[in-house]
Design a protein around this ligand. Structure first.
Ligand code: TYM
Length: 336
């Protein structure tokens, strides 16, 4: 990879079912940026982040493989991008420790995701608090310039910048300050069961999201049971009609038709007509991805090869950064 290119880095936590919010909010941009050929592209399945909530080991292992395989099915290309699993590159946890020694606990306690998730833990685990430091390590290890993510990750990237600044000031310039990249149209897809909250992998009610691997029957059922707003007008008005606006947005993202065109097409029709057509548009949109996913899953040797290659390429960059970091902070330089 030529290293004069700017670097993009991003990842998904393999802690639930990848859904259309993850795709439109993040992965779609990754594929477009990859194909534009202007960046060094690095994409990670961030399994070390998944274990901040208790995971059943066999399930975690299959989720990691599922998310990795979905990355490929969605268009990430190992010839154009470094695609790997976080836990196969131990430098992530090594840098995490070092960065945690310069990160104030108060900063971590005010993270919105920490506040939400810690409410669900009886005794709050240190890993959950430290989660954004590990995220900063992920990003900084690769001298990342741009991080394509959904809106909910902005606070974590802001913190990453603060940590990078602090490190550079204390020990000398190493890390560029990463910028978030947000797709404004799809920065926050809302839950189908509650349009006041974002669509989420960790939602208890699976009717909250459309998973990328949901079958046509499940998609029809979920869209049918999606909440709607009072009244009957099909109109985009995020404040007063949040549920229908979210459905129109999803429809527009899948069909590539502007929302204004959909409003005209559905003027005078009722919600059930919109829902029926939306389900079919989603099924059609996901069908090639699901087909590709099945093909790839039938070839575990190929997946293993790509996993190994990705890990080796990521490790080569990460270990170089760690050599620099260790030297800056004053650790001994022994080659053993
Ligand atoms: P995660 O796994 O929750 O989400 C993965 C990506 O999907 C985006 N996203 C959404 N976008 C629009 N609408 C939604 N409803 C929606 N839900 C999720 C997220 O913004 C994200 O871009 N902490 C991160 C993973 C991570 C990471 C990193 C990301 C770890 N290290 C380094 C970037 C760089 C997370 O849990 O994302």
């Amino acid at each position: 990879m030529p290293n004069n290119k700017k670097t993009i880095f991003s990842g998904v936590t393999p802690s639930g079912n990848l859904h259309i919010g993850n795709y439109f909010g993040a992965i779609k941009q990754w594929v477009e940026m990859q194909n534009a050929g202007e960046y060094q592209n690095i994409f990670c399945v961030v399994d070390e982040h998944a274990i901040t909530t208790l995971q059943e080991p066999a399930k975690l292992r299959s989720k990691i493989l599922e998310v990795f395989t979905l990355y490929l099915a969605l268009g990430l290309d190992p010839e154009k991008s470094i695609i790997f699993v976080q836990s196969s590159v131990s430098e992530h946890s090594e840098l995490n420790w070092i960065l945690s020694t310069i990160t104030p606990v108060g900063e971590l306690e005010r993270m919105t995701q920490f506040k939400d998730k810690s409410q669900k833990q009886k005794s709050i685990l240190a890993g959950l608090l430290n989660y954004p430091v590990l995220q900063a390590a992920d990003i900084l290890l690769y001298h990342t310039n741009t991080v394509p993510v959904g809106e909910d990750q902005l606070q974590h990237i802001e913190l990453t910048r603060a940590i990078a600044k602090k490190f550079n000031n204390a020990f000398g310039q190493i890390f560029p300050l990463p910028e978030p990249f947000i797709n404004k149209e799809a920065k926050r897809i809302m839950g189908l069961d509650d349009p006041a909250k974002k669509m989420s992998k960790s939602a208890e009610n699976s009717n909250n999201y459309i998973a990328l691997l949901d079958s046509p029957e499940i998609i029809r059922e979920k869209i049918k049971s999606a909440v709607t707003d009072s009244g009957s007008e099909i109109k985009y008005d995020a404040e007063n009609k949040p549920a229908i606006s979210n459905l129109l947005l999803i429809y527009s993202l899948f069909s590539k038709k502007p929302i204004s065109e959909l409003e005209k097409e559905y003027a005078g029709k009722n919600y059930s007509v919109l829902k029926h057509d939306l389900a079919e548009v989603i099924i059609e949109g996901l069908s090639p991805v699901q087909k590709k996913y099945q093909e790839l899953s039938a070839n575990p040797d190929y997946i293993k090869k790509v996993l190994r290659q990705g890990a080796a390429k990521a490790k080569a960059i990460a270990s170089q950064t760690m050599t620099e970091v260790r030297s800056k902070i004053g650790f001994l330089e022994l080659s053993v």
